[in-house]
Write a protein that binds this ligand. Sequence first.
Ligand code: TXA
Ligand code: MG
Length: 324
Amino acid sequence: MAGTSDIEKAAGVLRAGGLVALPTETVYGLGANAEDPAAVSRIFQVKGRPPSHPLIVHIGGAEQLDDWVQEVPATARLLAEHFWPGPLTLVLRRGRRVPLEATGGLETVAVRVPDHPVALALLSAFGGGVTAPSANRFGSVSPTTADDVRAELGDAVGFVLDGGPCEVGVESTIVDATGEIPTILRPGGVTREDLEAVLGFPLAVPASSGIRVPGQHPSHYAPRARVVLVEPEKVVAEAEQAQELGHRVGVFLPAAFGGAEVKAHAVVQVPGSMAAYARGLYGFLRELDQRGCDLIVASLPAEEGLGLAIANRLRRAAGPRATV
Ligand code: TXA
Ligand code: MG
C-alpha cells in the first residue's frame, strides 16, 4: 500500500509532466496533470487511445468544481454534493483551465472526486486536477489491482501507486449534467436508482448497446478471448458444446446454477451479490485470459442496481471487434 513518501514522489512526477497510475474506488487510472497538454497527450500515446476520446478530470473535493467548469446547474450541484467523493462523473461546460487535449476537443468536461484515500491524498499533495482514463490499453479490460496495471502498461508508466484492490470494480457512472434534466451516458458504480432517489424523478435508461458517449466503441472492456452472451439457463449447454468443438471455454456460471458440474476449460462462479460481481468482473475476465481460454460464455444479470453497469460492460466485451 502506498505511503506518504510514495504520494509525495507521485505528486512530483505529475509536476514534472510524467504519468502516475493511481488507485480509485472504481478502477485504476493513468493520471497526468490536467493542465499540462503535453502530459495529457502522453496518456493517449501510452494507452493507444484516439485523441478524440475525452478524459475525466479528477479533483480533490466538490468545493473545487467551479474551478474546472463554467456553469453548474442546480441538479449538478445537488448530485456533486450528494455523491462525491464517489463513483459519479459529471459532464459540464469546460472551464478555461481544462485544455482541449483533455476533452477530445469538446466544450464540455467530465469531472469527478474519487473515493479512495490514496487518490485523495495524491490530489491534495499535488494541488491540481488529475486527468485519468482507466490504466489499460485502449479497448481492453480495466485494471482493478496495481499488478493489473503493471501487466497492462509495463514500463510505460512512470510510477504506480498501490492502493490495493478496487472496492467498486466497475467505472464511474457518467451523467451529462449540462441541462436541467440530467442523462446517464454510461452506467457505473452509482446506480440509476440512487440517482433517482436524490433527484426525485426518473431517468432514462441508457441503451447499453448503443454508443452514447463520444469515444465509446462497441468493443471495449474486452478480454483476448471472444465473449458470447446467452440466456442464463443455456450457459452450461452452450459452454459444453463449444468445448466439445475444440474451444478452450471459460464459463461465467450464473449464481442460480452454483455448484453445477461443467465440462469446460475454466469455470468462474458468478457471485450472487451484484456488488461482489462488479468488484470481481474484470478480474474474472483477466483470469480466464490468463488460463488460456479462447471463448467465454456468460449471461447478463438483471439490469437493475449495479446489474445495469455489469450488463453494459459484458455487452461491450462481447461487441464486434473489427472497427477501432
Ligand atoms: O471510474 C472511472 O470513471 C475511471 C476512473 C479512473 O476514474 N475512469 C474511466 O475513464 O473510466 P475512461 O477514460 O476509461 O472513460 C471515460 C469516459 C469515456 O467513455 C469518455 O467518452 C467519457 O468518459 N467522457 C469524458 N469526457 C466526456 C465529455 N465531455 N462528454 C461525454 N463523455 C465524456
Ligand atoms: Mg476505460
